[in-house]
Design a protein around this ligand. Structure first.
Ligand SMILES: NC(=O)c1ccc[n+]([C@@H]2O[C@H](COP(=O)([O-])OP(=O)(O)OC[C@H]3O[C@@H](n4cnc5c(N)ncnc54)[C@H](O)[C@@H]3O)[C@@H](O)[C@H]2O)c1
Ligand SMILES: O=C(O)[C@H](O)CO
Length: 386
Protein backbone atom coordinates (compact mmCIF):
# COMPACT_ATOMS: atom_id res chain seq x y z
CA UNK A 1 0.00 0.00 0.00
CA UNK A 2 1.57 3.32 -1.12
CA UNK A 3 2.12 6.06 1.47
CA UNK A 4 -0.32 9.01 1.17
CA UNK A 5 1.24 12.16 -0.28
CA UNK A 6 0.46 15.71 0.87
CA UNK A 7 -1.69 17.79 -1.47
CA UNK A 8 -3.33 21.19 -1.83
CA UNK A 9 -6.83 21.21 -3.36
CA UNK A 10 -8.52 23.84 -5.56
CA UNK A 11 -12.21 23.69 -6.46
CA UNK A 12 -13.00 20.59 -4.36
CA UNK A 13 -16.35 19.97 -6.08
CA UNK A 14 -14.99 20.05 -9.64
CA UNK A 15 -16.21 17.27 -11.94
CA UNK A 16 -12.81 16.22 -13.33
CA UNK A 17 -9.90 15.35 -11.07
CA UNK A 18 -6.58 16.71 -12.34
CA UNK A 19 -3.37 16.14 -10.41
CA UNK A 20 -0.18 18.18 -10.69
CA UNK A 21 2.84 16.38 -9.26
CA UNK A 22 4.45 19.76 -8.36
CA UNK A 23 3.33 23.28 -7.55
CA UNK A 24 3.93 25.27 -10.77
CA UNK A 25 4.54 29.03 -11.27
CA UNK A 26 1.63 31.44 -11.66
CA UNK A 27 -2.08 30.93 -11.09
CA UNK A 28 -3.43 31.14 -14.65
CA UNK A 29 -3.04 27.41 -15.13
CA UNK A 30 -5.07 26.71 -11.98
CA UNK A 31 -7.78 29.22 -12.96
CA UNK A 32 -8.06 27.72 -16.45
CA UNK A 33 -8.54 24.24 -15.01
CA UNK A 34 -11.07 25.44 -12.42
CA UNK A 35 -13.03 27.30 -15.13
CA UNK A 36 -13.34 23.98 -16.95
CA UNK A 37 -14.86 22.28 -13.88
CA UNK A 38 -11.69 20.55 -12.67
CA UNK A 39 -10.85 19.73 -9.10
CA UNK A 40 -7.12 20.50 -9.03
CA UNK A 41 -4.85 18.62 -6.64
CA UNK A 42 -1.29 19.85 -6.32
CA UNK A 43 1.29 17.67 -4.63
CA UNK A 44 3.05 19.66 -1.90
CA UNK A 45 5.37 16.87 -0.75
CA UNK A 46 8.78 18.37 0.17
CA UNK A 47 11.00 15.88 -1.68
CA UNK A 48 12.24 17.16 -5.04
CA UNK A 49 11.89 14.02 -7.16
CA UNK A 50 8.76 11.94 -6.68
CA UNK A 51 9.04 8.16 -7.02
CA UNK A 52 6.72 6.04 -9.14
CA UNK A 53 5.07 4.87 -5.89
CA UNK A 54 4.44 8.49 -4.81
CA UNK A 55 2.78 9.21 -8.14
CA UNK A 56 0.66 6.06 -7.99
CA UNK A 57 -0.58 7.27 -4.60
CA UNK A 58 -1.38 10.67 -6.13
CA UNK A 59 -3.29 9.11 -9.03
CA UNK A 60 -5.46 7.07 -6.65
CA UNK A 61 -8.62 5.32 -7.84
CA UNK A 62 -10.10 8.10 -9.93
CA UNK A 63 -8.00 10.55 -11.91
CA UNK A 64 -8.81 12.21 -15.24
CA UNK A 65 -5.40 13.65 -15.98
CA UNK A 66 -1.93 14.38 -14.62
CA UNK A 67 0.57 17.19 -15.14
CA UNK A 68 4.03 15.77 -14.46
CA UNK A 69 7.68 16.78 -14.46
CA UNK A 70 10.76 15.76 -16.46
CA UNK A 71 12.32 14.22 -13.33
CA UNK A 72 9.61 11.52 -13.22
CA UNK A 73 9.66 8.12 -14.82
CA UNK A 74 6.48 7.96 -16.90
CA UNK A 75 6.44 4.40 -18.18
CA UNK A 76 4.24 1.30 -18.25
CA UNK A 77 3.55 1.34 -14.47
CA UNK A 78 2.28 4.91 -14.32
CA UNK A 79 0.30 4.85 -17.56
CA UNK A 80 -1.34 1.60 -16.48
CA UNK A 81 -2.22 3.17 -13.09
CA UNK A 82 -3.58 6.32 -14.75
CA UNK A 83 -5.62 4.31 -17.22
CA UNK A 84 -7.03 2.14 -14.42
CA UNK A 85 -8.10 5.35 -12.63
CA UNK A 86 -9.97 6.41 -15.80
CA UNK A 87 -7.34 8.94 -16.95
CA UNK A 88 -6.62 9.58 -20.62
CA UNK A 89 -4.41 12.68 -20.38
CA UNK A 90 -0.86 13.38 -19.24
CA UNK A 91 1.37 16.36 -19.92
CA UNK A 92 5.00 16.94 -19.10
CA UNK A 93 5.74 20.51 -18.01
CA UNK A 94 8.66 20.49 -20.46
CA UNK A 95 9.26 20.36 -24.19
CA UNK A 96 11.61 17.36 -23.86
CA UNK A 97 9.83 14.10 -23.08
CA UNK A 98 12.63 11.55 -22.94
CA UNK A 99 11.32 10.64 -19.44
CA UNK A 100 8.10 9.42 -21.05
CA UNK A 101 7.61 6.02 -22.66
CA UNK A 102 5.29 7.14 -25.44
CA UNK A 103 4.74 3.54 -26.63
CA UNK A 104 3.40 2.66 -23.17
CA UNK A 105 1.12 5.73 -23.25
CA UNK A 106 -0.16 4.64 -26.69
CA UNK A 107 -0.89 1.17 -25.34
CA UNK A 108 -3.18 2.66 -22.66
CA UNK A 109 -4.63 5.31 -24.97
CA UNK A 110 -3.18 8.17 -22.90
CA UNK A 111 -2.40 11.44 -24.70
CA UNK A 112 1.07 12.83 -23.92
CA UNK A 113 1.44 16.60 -23.98
CA UNK A 114 4.58 18.75 -23.94
CA UNK A 115 5.28 22.51 -23.91
CA UNK A 116 7.13 23.66 -27.05
CA UNK A 117 7.79 27.22 -28.16
CA UNK A 118 7.18 29.09 -24.91
CA UNK A 119 10.69 28.23 -23.73
CA UNK A 120 12.59 28.61 -27.00
CA UNK A 121 14.02 32.10 -26.47
CA UNK A 122 14.57 31.66 -22.72
CA UNK A 123 16.54 28.47 -23.24
CA UNK A 124 18.52 29.98 -26.13
CA UNK A 125 19.34 32.98 -23.91
CA UNK A 126 20.86 30.70 -21.28
CA UNK A 127 22.93 28.90 -23.93
CA UNK A 128 24.12 32.33 -25.12
CA UNK A 129 24.87 33.37 -21.51
CA UNK A 130 26.95 30.24 -20.97
CA UNK A 131 28.75 30.86 -24.28
CA UNK A 132 29.70 34.38 -23.16
CA UNK A 133 30.58 33.32 -19.62
CA UNK A 134 32.85 30.56 -20.95
CA UNK A 135 34.50 32.63 -23.67
CA UNK A 136 35.27 35.52 -21.28
CA UNK A 137 35.93 33.32 -18.21
CA UNK A 138 33.41 35.24 -16.14
CA UNK A 139 32.82 32.62 -13.44
CA UNK A 140 36.57 32.03 -12.90
CA UNK A 141 37.19 35.78 -12.73
CA UNK A 142 34.31 36.28 -10.27
CA UNK A 143 35.78 33.59 -7.97
CA UNK A 144 39.21 35.23 -8.21
CA UNK A 145 37.80 38.61 -7.22
CA UNK A 146 35.81 37.23 -4.26
CA UNK A 147 38.86 35.30 -3.05
CA UNK A 148 40.69 38.65 -2.70
CA UNK A 149 43.30 37.65 -5.30
CA UNK A 150 43.00 40.73 -7.51
CA UNK A 151 45.97 43.04 -6.89
CA UNK A 152 45.91 45.10 -10.08
CA UNK A 153 45.34 45.06 -13.86
CA UNK A 154 47.65 42.79 -15.82
CA UNK A 155 47.97 42.23 -19.59
CA UNK A 156 47.49 38.48 -19.19
CA UNK A 157 44.76 38.42 -16.57
CA UNK A 158 41.80 36.22 -17.61
CA UNK A 159 42.39 36.55 -21.31
CA UNK A 160 39.59 34.75 -23.18
CA UNK A 161 38.21 34.53 -26.73
CA UNK A 162 36.69 37.21 -28.95
CA UNK A 163 33.50 35.80 -30.48
CA UNK A 164 33.21 38.29 -33.36
CA UNK A 165 34.30 36.68 -36.61
CA UNK A 166 34.56 33.20 -35.05
CA UNK A 167 32.33 30.29 -36.03
CA UNK A 168 29.40 29.09 -33.97
CA UNK A 169 28.45 25.45 -34.44
CA UNK A 170 24.93 24.28 -33.69
CA UNK A 171 24.04 20.62 -33.39
CA UNK A 172 20.27 20.26 -33.60
CA UNK A 173 19.04 23.41 -35.35
CA UNK A 174 15.38 23.08 -34.31
CA UNK A 175 13.45 25.74 -32.40
CA UNK A 176 16.03 26.37 -29.66
CA UNK A 177 19.14 25.68 -31.75
CA UNK A 178 17.97 28.16 -34.41
CA UNK A 179 17.06 30.83 -31.83
CA UNK A 180 20.50 30.43 -30.21
CA UNK A 181 22.22 30.63 -33.61
CA UNK A 182 20.40 33.88 -34.40
CA UNK A 183 21.47 35.40 -31.07
CA UNK A 184 25.12 34.54 -31.63
CA UNK A 185 25.11 35.66 -35.26
CA UNK A 186 23.18 38.89 -34.83
CA UNK A 187 24.68 39.73 -31.45
CA UNK A 188 28.31 38.82 -32.08
CA UNK A 189 28.62 38.63 -35.86
CA UNK A 190 29.70 35.00 -35.78
CA UNK A 191 29.59 32.71 -38.81
CA UNK A 192 27.38 29.61 -38.62
CA UNK A 193 27.95 25.94 -39.27
CA UNK A 194 25.16 23.59 -38.27
CA UNK A 195 24.24 19.94 -38.33
CA UNK A 196 20.68 18.64 -38.24
CA UNK A 197 18.81 15.80 -39.88
CA UNK A 198 16.67 18.46 -41.60
CA UNK A 199 17.51 21.66 -43.41
CA UNK A 200 17.00 24.79 -41.27
CA UNK A 201 15.71 26.89 -44.17
CA UNK A 202 14.45 29.85 -42.14
CA UNK A 203 17.75 30.07 -40.27
CA UNK A 204 19.73 29.94 -43.51
CA UNK A 205 17.57 32.73 -45.00
CA UNK A 206 18.08 34.84 -41.87
CA UNK A 207 21.88 34.53 -42.01
CA UNK A 208 21.92 35.29 -45.74
CA UNK A 209 19.81 38.43 -45.23
CA UNK A 210 21.85 39.56 -42.23
CA UNK A 211 25.07 38.99 -44.17
CA UNK A 212 23.73 41.17 -47.00
CA UNK A 213 22.77 43.87 -44.50
CA UNK A 214 26.27 43.86 -42.99
CA UNK A 215 27.86 43.98 -46.43
CA UNK A 216 25.68 46.92 -47.45
CA UNK A 217 26.84 48.67 -44.26
CA UNK A 218 30.47 48.16 -45.24
CA UNK A 219 31.03 45.37 -42.68
CA UNK A 220 32.31 41.83 -43.09
CA UNK A 221 29.25 39.68 -43.93
CA UNK A 222 28.41 36.63 -41.81
CA UNK A 223 28.15 33.24 -43.54
CA UNK A 224 26.39 29.91 -43.01
CA UNK A 225 27.02 26.29 -43.88
CA UNK A 226 24.93 23.17 -43.37
CA UNK A 227 27.53 20.51 -42.50
CA UNK A 228 27.26 17.12 -44.11
CA UNK A 229 28.40 15.43 -40.88
CA UNK A 230 28.50 16.29 -37.22
CA UNK A 231 32.28 15.84 -37.22
CA UNK A 232 32.62 18.72 -39.69
CA UNK A 233 30.96 21.02 -37.14
CA UNK A 234 33.27 19.76 -34.39
CA UNK A 235 36.38 20.39 -36.45
CA UNK A 236 35.45 23.84 -37.74
CA UNK A 237 33.52 25.61 -34.95
CA UNK A 238 34.96 27.68 -32.11
CA UNK A 239 31.80 27.53 -29.99
CA UNK A 240 29.55 24.48 -30.26
CA UNK A 241 26.09 24.35 -28.72
CA UNK A 242 24.05 21.15 -28.44
CA UNK A 243 20.28 21.37 -28.98
CA UNK A 244 19.00 18.00 -30.23
CA UNK A 245 16.32 15.95 -28.54
CA UNK A 246 17.59 13.03 -26.43
CA UNK A 247 16.88 9.67 -28.05
CA UNK A 248 18.86 6.59 -29.07
CA UNK A 249 20.52 8.49 -31.92
CA UNK A 250 21.80 11.32 -29.71
CA UNK A 251 22.87 9.37 -26.60
CA UNK A 252 26.61 10.11 -26.05
CA UNK A 253 26.69 12.04 -29.31
CA UNK A 254 29.70 13.81 -27.81
CA UNK A 255 32.14 11.11 -26.69
CA UNK A 256 35.92 10.78 -26.25
CA UNK A 257 36.58 10.40 -29.96
CA UNK A 258 34.42 13.38 -30.91
CA UNK A 259 35.90 15.59 -28.18
CA UNK A 260 39.33 14.88 -29.64
CA UNK A 261 38.16 16.29 -32.99
CA UNK A 262 37.30 19.66 -31.51
CA UNK A 263 39.73 22.59 -31.41
CA UNK A 264 41.90 22.68 -28.27
CA UNK A 265 40.44 26.07 -27.33
CA UNK A 266 36.86 25.33 -28.32
CA UNK A 267 33.85 25.99 -26.14
CA UNK A 268 31.12 23.36 -25.74
CA UNK A 269 27.65 24.27 -24.44
CA UNK A 270 24.98 21.77 -23.45
CA UNK A 271 21.44 22.96 -22.72
CA UNK A 272 19.75 19.89 -24.25
CA UNK A 273 19.92 16.76 -22.08
CA UNK A 274 22.86 15.45 -20.02
CA UNK A 275 23.21 12.03 -21.69
CA UNK A 276 23.89 13.68 -25.06
CA UNK A 277 27.43 14.07 -23.66
CA UNK A 278 29.58 11.26 -22.22
CA UNK A 279 30.32 13.22 -19.04
CA UNK A 280 33.18 10.99 -17.84
CA UNK A 281 34.97 11.46 -21.17
CA UNK A 282 34.30 15.19 -20.89
CA UNK A 283 35.93 15.40 -17.44
CA UNK A 284 39.04 13.67 -18.80
CA UNK A 285 39.10 16.01 -21.79
CA UNK A 286 38.80 19.08 -19.56
CA UNK A 287 41.69 17.82 -17.41
CA UNK A 288 44.02 17.38 -20.37
CA UNK A 289 42.95 20.50 -22.27
CA UNK A 290 42.88 23.47 -19.87
CA UNK A 291 41.95 25.94 -22.63
CA UNK A 292 38.90 23.89 -23.66
CA UNK A 293 35.81 25.18 -21.86
CA UNK A 294 32.29 23.96 -21.26
CA UNK A 295 29.04 25.49 -20.09
CA UNK A 296 26.62 22.85 -18.82
CA UNK A 297 22.99 23.26 -17.80
CA UNK A 298 22.25 19.52 -17.86
CA UNK A 299 24.07 16.45 -16.55
CA UNK A 300 24.19 12.79 -17.34
CA UNK A 301 22.99 11.57 -13.91
CA UNK A 302 20.99 14.57 -12.74
CA UNK A 303 21.03 15.89 -10.08
CA UNK A 304 24.59 14.51 -9.74
CA UNK A 305 27.77 15.45 -11.57
CA UNK A 306 30.36 12.87 -12.61
CA UNK A 307 33.39 12.76 -10.28
CA UNK A 308 35.91 15.50 -10.99
CA UNK A 309 33.60 17.85 -12.91
CA UNK A 310 33.02 20.21 -9.98
CA UNK A 311 36.80 20.69 -9.61
CA UNK A 312 37.34 21.80 -13.19
CA UNK A 313 37.97 25.55 -13.51
CA UNK A 314 37.26 25.32 -17.24
CA UNK A 315 33.68 24.14 -16.61
CA UNK A 316 30.69 26.33 -15.81
CA UNK A 317 27.85 24.36 -14.28
CA UNK A 318 24.30 25.49 -13.56
CA UNK A 319 21.34 23.40 -12.30
CA UNK A 320 19.05 22.87 -15.34
CA UNK A 321 17.75 26.45 -15.32
CA UNK A 322 17.68 27.15 -19.06
CA UNK A 323 13.90 27.69 -19.20
CA UNK A 324 13.78 29.47 -15.84
CA UNK A 325 12.28 32.87 -16.64
CA UNK A 326 9.00 33.81 -14.94
CA UNK A 327 7.05 34.31 -18.18
CA UNK A 328 8.28 31.05 -19.62
CA UNK A 329 7.67 28.89 -16.56
CA UNK A 330 4.14 30.32 -16.16
CA UNK A 331 3.56 29.68 -19.85
CA UNK A 332 4.84 26.11 -19.58
CA UNK A 333 2.40 25.49 -16.71
CA UNK A 334 -0.42 26.94 -18.83
CA UNK A 335 0.38 24.80 -21.88
CA UNK A 336 0.67 21.65 -19.75
CA UNK A 337 -2.69 22.34 -18.05
CA UNK A 338 -4.38 23.08 -21.39
CA UNK A 339 -3.02 19.84 -22.89
CA UNK A 340 -4.60 17.88 -20.05
CA UNK A 341 -7.95 19.67 -19.84
CA UNK A 342 -8.22 19.83 -23.64
CA UNK A 343 -7.96 16.04 -23.87
CA UNK A 344 -10.43 15.57 -20.99
CA UNK A 345 -12.91 17.83 -22.80
CA UNK A 346 -12.37 16.04 -26.11
CA UNK A 347 -10.88 19.07 -27.86
CA UNK A 348 -8.79 18.54 -31.01
CA UNK A 349 -5.04 19.09 -31.03
CA UNK A 350 -3.57 22.38 -32.24
CA UNK A 351 -2.37 22.11 -35.80
CA UNK A 352 1.04 23.74 -35.27
CA UNK A 353 2.88 23.19 -31.98
CA UNK A 354 5.44 25.76 -33.17
CA UNK A 355 2.79 28.50 -32.93
CA UNK A 356 1.33 28.29 -29.43
CA UNK A 357 1.04 32.09 -28.83
CA UNK A 358 -2.81 32.10 -28.78
CA UNK A 359 -2.70 29.90 -25.67
CA UNK A 360 -0.37 32.32 -23.89
CA UNK A 361 -2.36 35.50 -24.41
CA UNK A 362 -3.62 36.31 -20.92
CA UNK A 363 -6.14 38.87 -22.21
CA UNK A 364 -8.14 36.26 -24.13
CA UNK A 365 -9.60 32.80 -23.57
CA UNK A 366 -7.36 30.08 -24.99
CA UNK A 367 -8.53 28.29 -28.16
CA UNK A 368 -10.55 25.09 -27.55
CA UNK A 369 -7.64 22.80 -28.42
CA UNK A 370 -4.74 20.89 -26.86
CA UNK A 371 -1.59 22.98 -27.60
CA UNK A 372 0.78 20.06 -28.18
CA UNK A 373 0.13 16.31 -27.99
CA UNK A 374 3.14 14.31 -29.16
CA UNK A 375 1.24 11.06 -29.79
CA UNK A 376 -1.83 12.68 -31.39
CA UNK A 377 -1.25 10.82 -34.67
CA UNK A 378 -0.68 7.45 -33.00
CA UNK A 379 -3.92 7.88 -31.03
CA UNK A 380 -5.79 9.15 -34.09
CA UNK A 381 -6.80 12.39 -32.35
CA UNK A 382 -8.51 15.06 -34.48
CA UNK A 383 -6.61 18.20 -35.50
CA UNK A 384 -8.03 21.67 -34.85
CA UNK A 385 -9.16 23.65 -37.91
CA UNK A 386 -8.63 26.97 -36.11
N1 LIG B 1 18.03 22.73 -20.48
C1 LIG B 1 16.75 23.00 -20.52
O1 LIG B 1 16.16 23.49 -19.56
C2 LIG B 1 15.99 22.73 -21.76
C3 LIG B 1 14.92 23.59 -22.10
C4 LIG B 1 14.21 23.31 -23.25
C5 LIG B 1 14.55 22.23 -24.05
N2 LIG B 1 15.59 21.42 -23.69
C6 LIG B 1 15.97 20.30 -24.55
O2 LIG B 1 16.16 20.80 -25.87
C7 LIG B 1 15.61 19.88 -26.79
C8 LIG B 1 15.28 20.58 -28.10
O3 LIG B 1 14.15 21.41 -27.95
P1 LIG B 1 13.51 22.15 -29.22
O4 LIG B 1 12.26 22.80 -28.77
O5 LIG B 1 14.54 22.96 -29.94
O6 LIG B 1 13.15 20.87 -30.11
P2 LIG B 1 13.11 20.74 -31.68
O7 LIG B 1 12.41 19.46 -31.94
O8 LIG B 1 12.58 21.98 -32.29
O9 LIG B 1 14.65 20.62 -32.09
C9 LIG B 1 15.39 19.45 -31.98
C10 LIG B 1 16.23 19.32 -33.23
O10 LIG B 1 17.15 18.23 -33.06
C11 LIG B 1 17.28 17.61 -34.33
N3 LIG B 1 17.82 16.27 -34.18
C12 LIG B 1 17.18 15.15 -33.76
N4 LIG B 1 18.02 14.10 -33.80
C13 LIG B 1 19.22 14.58 -34.23
C14 LIG B 1 20.49 13.98 -34.48
N5 LIG B 1 20.68 12.68 -34.30
N6 LIG B 1 21.48 14.77 -34.91
C15 LIG B 1 21.27 16.10 -35.10
N7 LIG B 1 20.10 16.72 -34.90
C16 LIG B 1 19.09 15.96 -34.47
C17 LIG B 1 15.85 17.63 -34.89
O11 LIG B 1 15.84 17.41 -36.30
C18 LIG B 1 15.39 19.01 -34.49
O12 LIG B 1 15.66 19.98 -35.48
C19 LIG B 1 14.40 19.30 -26.05
O13 LIG B 1 14.04 18.03 -26.55
C20 LIG B 1 14.89 19.22 -24.61
O14 LIG B 1 15.46 17.96 -24.36
C21 LIG B 1 16.30 21.66 -22.56
O1 LIG C 1 12.67 20.07 -21.82
C1 LIG C 1 12.46 21.08 -21.16
O2 LIG C 1 11.45 21.79 -21.33
C2 LIG C 1 13.45 21.52 -20.12
O3 LIG C 1 14.44 20.66 -19.86
C3 LIG C 1 12.90 22.23 -18.95
O4 LIG C 1 12.42 23.43 -19.41
Amino acid sequence: MAKPVSIEVWNPNGKYRVVSTKPMPGTRWINLLVQQDCRVEICTEKKTILSVEDIIALIGNKCDGVIGQLTEDWGETLFSALSKAGGKAFSNMAVGYNNVDVEAANKYGVAVGNTPGVLTETTAELAASLSLAASRRIVEADGFMRAGLYDGWLPHLFVGNLLKGQTVGVIGAGRIGSAYARMMIEGFKMNLIYYDLYQATRLEKFVTAYGQFLKASGEQPVTWKRASSMDEVLQVADVISLHPILDKTTYHLINKERLSKMKKEAILINCSRGPVVDEEALVEHLKHNPMFRVGLDVFEDEPYMKPGLADMKNAIVVPHIASASKWTREGMATLAALNVVGKIKGYPTWSNPNAVEPFLDESASPPPACPSIVNAKALGLPVSKL
